[in-house]
Design a protein around this ligand. Structure first.
Ligand SMILES: [Zn+2]
Length: 457
C-alpha cells in the first residue's frame, strides 16, 4: 500500500496549489507486527519534508515585503537572493531571502526583520539545552538524533556550546513574581563537590538549595551555582525568594548542614534566625547506621545479645535526635561503644570490612558531626507536629538531585568552572519550569512530602 502526504496552504485568497510532501509505502501484511503504522524513519522524513515546505512558503511571503532605504527613504528593489541555513528540530532548512538595493542612492538593504546571525531556532536551542540538562552531551546528541530529524544535534560539542549560551542568558531573565505574597518561606542551602578540570584544582564546590512556601500554597524553586563562578549565589537566592513571593513581611526559615560559609551566605540573603540543621542529613546518617547494625553477626549468644543492645540504642538515638534531645546522644553512643568488644575478630563476608568496624567508623563520624552541629539541632518532632518543615522536601537531598545525578564523580567527568555553573543554571531552569515556555517539569505541591527519613522513631 502507498499513501501520499499532501500539504494544502490556505492563504488570504483561499486554497493554493498543493505540494506533495512524501510517499509512504507500508506493507499491508500485519502478520509481522513490525509493519504496523509508521516507522520512526518515515516520521522523521515526514516532519523534515513538512518543515521544508512550510519554511519555503514563509520565506516566499516574507520576501515580498520591501524595506524603505535607511539612508534616503527611497524605494528598494531586489538586488539578489541569498540562502540562509537554519537548524531546526525538524532538520536543517534553507531560507532563501532577497537583498535589496535603493533605487535612489544605491544603498544595500537586508530583508525586513531578519536576524542577521541566526543559525538555529530558539526552540531547537531550548530542546538541546533541556536534553543536555538531563543527560551527558554525548547521550543527549544521540537521543535527539534518534527521535528528531536534527542535523545540528549531531555534535556533542555544538550541544554543549548552545546549552551554555542558554545558561548564560538565564541569568538576565526577569523574575516572574507570583500574584500572592508568601507569609513564610523555607530556604535550604547545601554544598557538594564535583571533579574539576581546572589547573591546580581537583574539585569544584557547588552550592545548591531550594526555596519553598508553606506546603500547598505555592511554589518551590531550586537554585545552584559553582563557587567562585560568575553566578553570585546570594543574588540567585534572592531571585528564587522573589519568584515564590517574598515580601518585606515574609518569615524566612533556613536549613543547612554546612560550614560557616553557607551560614554566612544565608545571613547575607536576609535570613534573620540561625539556620536549622536539615533533618535530611541526620536521617541519612541514621539510616546508614541502621543498615550496618542489621549486618552485625549474631553467631553466638553473647554477640546476639550485644547486637540487640546496639539495635535498640540506635533506635533510641534516632528518637533522641528527632525529639530535640541531642545532648543525650552521647549516652547512646557510649552504650553502643561499651558492648562493641563482643565483635572483636568479626570477619566480613568475602574479604569486605567487618560490620562492627564499619559501625565503629560510622558512630565516630556521627559523634563528630553532632558535636560540630549541636547548636543547630532543634526539636524536629515538635516542628513536624506543628506542620512545619524539618528539612529539604526533595527527598533525596537537593545536592544529589541537582548535581550528582548529572555531574556525578563516579562518571569520571571533569568540569570547568564555567561549564559546570552554566549547565547547572539550565538544569535548575528545567526543574523550575522556567526554561522556555511549556516544557518544564514544575514542582507541584503534590510531591511535597516530608523526607522519608523524617518519619518519627
Ligand atoms: Zn536610498
Amino acid at each position: 500500500m502507498a499513501w501520499i502526504v499532501r500539504l494544502v496552504k490556505i492563504g488570504a485568497d483561499g486554497e493554493e496549489p498543493f505540494a506533495d510532501i512524501m510517499k509512504i509505502n507500508r506493507p499491508d501484511d500485519l502478520g509481522d507486527i513490525a509493519n504496523l503504522g509508521l516507522t520512526v524513519a518515515d516520521a522523521k522524513r515526514l516532519l523534515a519534508g513538512l518543515q521544508q515546505e512550510i519554511v519555503a512558503a514563509q520565506a516566499k511571503d516574507h520576501a515580498v515585503r520591501r524595506p524603505d532605504c535607511r539612508s534616503c527613504g527611497g524605494v528598494c528593489h531586489v538586488k539578489d537572493y541569498r540562502d540562509h541555513a537554519v537548524a531546526t528540530h525538524f532538520g536543517q532548512v534553507t531560507v532563501r531571502l532577497p537583498r535589496f538595493r535603493c533605487a535612489g542612492c544605491g544603498e544595500i538593504e537586508a530583508g525586513i526583520g531578519w536576524p542577521s546571525h541566526c543559525r538555529s531556532t530558539p526552540e531547537l536551542d531550548q530542546l538541546q539545552a533541556h536534553f543536555s540538562a538531563l543527560m551527558p552531551y554525548r547521550v543527549a546528541a544521540d537521543v535527539l538524533k534518534q527521535v528528531f530529524p536534527v542535523d545540528a544535534g549531531k555534535d556533542p560539542e555544538t550541544l554543549r556550546r548552545h546549552t551554555l549560551k542558554i545558561g548564560e542568558a538565564l541569568r538576565n531573565e526577569a523574575v516572574v513574581r507570583p500574584e500572592t505574597a508568601a507569609p513564610a518561606i523555607d530556604v535550604t542551602l547545601d554544598s557538594t563537590f564535583i571533579r574539576s578540570c581546572e589547573d591546580g584544582e581537583r574539585h569544584l564546590e557547588v552550592r545548591v538549595g531550594n526555596v519553598e512556601t508553606e506546603s500547598g500554597s505555592g511554589g518551590r524553586q531550586v537554585f545552584g551555582a559553582v563557587a567562585k563562578s560568575d553566578t553570585d549565589i546570594k543574588v540567585l537566592i534572592g531571585r528564587s525568594l522573589d519568584a515564590v513571593g517574598r515580601t518585606e513581611d515574609t518569615v524566612l526559615t533556613a536549613f543547612t548542614d554546612g560550614c560557616s560559609g553557607l551560614r554566612r551566605i544565608l545571613a547575607d540573603t536576609g535570613v534573620a534566625e540561625a539556620p536549622i540543621l536539615d533533618w535530611f542529613h541526620i536521617g541519612m546518617r541514621l539510616q546508614h547506621l541502621k543498615q550496618i547494625t542489621s549486618g552485625l553477626s549474631a553467631d553466638d549468644p553473647a554477640r546476639a545479645a550485644a547486637k540487640a543492645v546496639i539495635v535498640e540504642e540506635v533506635e533510641r538515638l534516632h528518637w533522641r535526635l528527632w525529639n530535640g534531645k541531642a545532648k543525650d546522644a552521647q549516652i547512646s553512643i557510649d552504650r553502643i561503644g561499651a558492648v562493641m568488644y563482643h565483635f572483636q575478630g568479626e570477619t566480613g563476608a568475602r574479604k569486605s570490612i567487618a560490620p562492627s568496624r564499619k559501625l565503629w567508623t560510622a558512630l565516630h563520624a556521627l559523634d563528630g558531626y553532632l558535636s560540630g552541629q549541636s547548636d543547630w539541632l532543634v526539636n524536629y518532632a515538635e516542628r513536624h507536629r506543628a506542620g512545619l518543615r524539618v528539612g529539604t522536601a526533595i527527598t533525596e537531598g537537593t545536592a544529589n538531585f541537582l548535581v550528582n545525578r548529572r555531574m556525578d564523580k563516579s562518571q569520571q567527568m571533569r568540569w570547568s568552572r564555567r561549564g559546570a555553573n552554566l549547565l547547572l543554571q539550565v538544569r535548575c531552569a528545567v526543574y523550575n519550569g522556567t526554561l522556555g515556555s511549556g516544557f518544564g517539569q514544575k514542582f507541584h505541591p503534590a510531591n511535597d512530602t516530608h523526607p522519608q527519613a523524617a518519619i518519627a522513631a
